[in-house]
Design a protein around this ligand. Structure first.
Ligand SMILES: NC(=O)c1ccc[n+]([C@@H]2O[C@H](COP(=O)([O-])OP(=O)(O)OC[C@H]3O[C@@H](n4cnc5c(N)ncnc54)[C@H](OP(=O)(O)O)[C@@H]3O)[C@@H](O)[C@H]2O)c1
Length: 350
């Protein structure tokens, strides 16, 4: 039990990911939103004035009245969740870590840093050991990142396979939701009745490299990435929330689809052992129906924190193929960062 809640700040609080932070933290048992920051376009206004709230739940009244600041003010909260645009996140997050803050970031800028954990608490909590070196470098503060929104779903789905059978190679085709591009995102005239076979910002490259860091090790003071090739092909589709992925996996040790299903369904990690507030009881929900998972039906499982996997079946070219689904702004972004923050607190790192 935590008696007094821990104050936290939200950077990029007005954006798509920032709004999810506000929504998800509204009744959090440990954390309380005390500060909100965004660009100088928003600074000086109340959060309600600065932000065009686009979520289906009401804007929490206490946060609505907070005055938005810029990101260069002194923050009272040690823990800062960042949903900053990547054009500014790199410098701003480094500066705040340099001032002693624990920055838990959604942005791509620091993910591949040599002393920065790219954390999925169920998979690689041991990568937090990298913080010892990082804190020496910064003088005390640190940055922890969560992966790209598609990568979280993909890495969760394949981690049990990699651990048990070893992955030799992987191909993945993504069908990514509109909210992944922030607001206003893709113009409606471009996406209605359409599929766009490209997502800017190096999306394919992120999907081809980030899982290797996550599934790798941190030993002897350095990350050693997993070493199998990944080929990704991404698409933007007219779905509001929820990224779907078709993955094709070649295994080092052959496994039937039944064996694969079993290890995926049994997958658990430190958040489940510790019963962290945002931990889904079952991090991966397995479907055996022919037509699941689907974004509209399955993205909100366990408050959007569970990844769904279905259609696990044998493949003629690879060994197995499967479908995975992740809620991109919850488990793929704000919810993932909150779970990271909870693990940091549970491990005494705040
Ligand atoms: N959307 C997703 O599904 C998703 C998933 C995973 C990761 N991410 C990553 O999370 C980050 C935020 O994404 P988003 O979709 O929420 O973007 P967004 O809706 O465009 O929001 C961007 C936020 O950054 C702020 N900002 C922009 N320029 C700034 C500046 N110069 N100084 C300070 N703040 C500034 C904006 O504030 P103003 O309102 O004042 O302009 C806004 O709060 C990105 O790095 C993105 O790649 C997004």
């Amino acid at each position: 039990m935590v008696e007094k809640k821990i104050p936290v700040g939200i950077l990029g609080a007005t954006g798509a990911v920032g709004q999810r932070f506000i929504e998800l933290l509204a009744d959090h048992p440990w954390f309380e939103v005390a500060e909100v920051a965004a660009s100088d376009r928003s600074a000086g206004k109340t959060y309600a004035q600065a932000c065009a709230w686009r979520l289906a739940t009401p804007l929490p009244k206490r946060v609505a009245e907070l005055v938005v600041t810029t990101t260069d003010v002194p923050f009272k909260s040690k823990l800062l969740f960042s949903g900053l645009d990547s054009s500014v996140a790199g410098e701003v997050e480094s500066a705040l870590a340099g001032k002693g803050h624990a920055v838990v970031s959604n942005s791509k800028n620091h993910r591949m840093g040599s002393d920065v954990p790219l954390l999925i608490p169920e998979i690689n909590p041991d990568h937090l050991d990298a913080l010892t070196a990082q804190r020496k470098r910064t003088g005390g503060g640190y940055i922890v990142t969560n992966p790209n929104c598609s990568v979280i779903g993909l890495a969760m789905a394949i981690a049990p396979l990699h651990r048990t059978f070893g992955i030799e190679s992987l191909a993945v085709v993504t069908l990514q939701a509109l909210s992944g591009a922030g607001y206003p995102g893709v113009p409606s005239m471009d996406i209605i009745d359409n599929v766009i076979p490209y997502i800017g910002g190096g999306e394919e490259e992120k999907i081809e490299i980030e899982p290797l860091k996550i599934l790798g090790t941190f030993e002897g003071g350095a990350f050693k990435n997993a070493s199998f090739p990944i080929s990704a092909s991404v698409h933007r589709v007219a779905v509001s929330d929820g990224h779907t992925m078709a993955a094709f996996v070649r295994l080092k040790r052959k496994a039937s689809s039944e064996e694969a299903l079993r290890v995926i369904a049994e997958f658990r990690g430190e958040p489940q052992e510790r019963k962290l507030p945002f931990a889904p009881a079952r991090p991966i929900h397995v479907f055996t129906e022919d037509n699941r998972p689907q974004p509209r039906l399955d993205r909100d499982l366990e408050r959007g924190m569970a990844v769904s996997v279905g259609r696990v079946r044998a493949d003629k070219l690879f060994d197995l193929k499967l479908e995975a689904l992740v809620h991109n702004t919850i488990r793929g972004a704000a919810g993932a960062a909150i779970l990271n923050g909870e693990l940091l607190h549970a491990r005494g790192l705040l």
